[in-house]
Design a protein around this ligand. Structure first.
Ligand code: AMP
Length: 137
């Protein structure tokens, strides 16, 4: 059975889409640790990140870098934190989180309370930054 993330890529389940390329897709985490919390996934359904081929891994990481750079421009934060766990959804995903302190990377505390309108605004702001700087890539 397709993972929930494959179904998002296929458009069967809605997402706050940030960006996509041929191999990868980025969207806001539905239960964000901080506003702007983004997930970056390969379209190919592989559970464990280090089971990706070298080529697919490099493609995913380069795409994540582009997304993180756009997030940094779109969100007020000092840097973008990066985490990979994957204990919940068996489809490789990189968490990108705008942070100002180490404690902002807290997956086990209260989640950020972000309205649907704000999720839409944030996704559009990051997407716009991706597009405005597309000539860099
Ligand atoms: P983990 O597998 O522990 O690295 O985390 C899975 C992440 O996926 C969690 O942060 C969830 O909030 C997130 N998540 C689960 N379902 C969805 C969904 N339909 N849309 C966006 N994010 C999701």
């Amino acid at each position: 059975m397709a993972t929930i993330f494959s179904r998002i890529v296929a458009g069967e389940i809605p997402s706050y889409k940030v960006a996509e390329d041929e191999n990868n897709y980025a969207f806001l985490d539905i239960n964000p640790v901080a506003p702007g919390h983004t997930l970056v996934i390969p379209k190919k359904e592989v559970d464990y990140i280090f089971d990706l081929s070298d080529e697919d891994y490099a493609s995913l990481q380069m795409f994540a870098k582009r997304v993180a750079e756009a997030m940094k421009r779109a969100m007020p934060c000092s840097r973008i934190g990066v985490t990979v766990m994957g204990m919940e959804v068996p489809h490789t995903h990189i968490h990108l989180i705008p942070i100002n302190a180490e404690t902002d990377m807290n997956f086990f505390g209260d989640k950020a309370n972000v309205s649907a309108e704000e999720m839409t605004r944030i996704a559009q702001a990051i997407a716009a930054e991706m597009q405005q700087h597309s000539e860099l890539y």
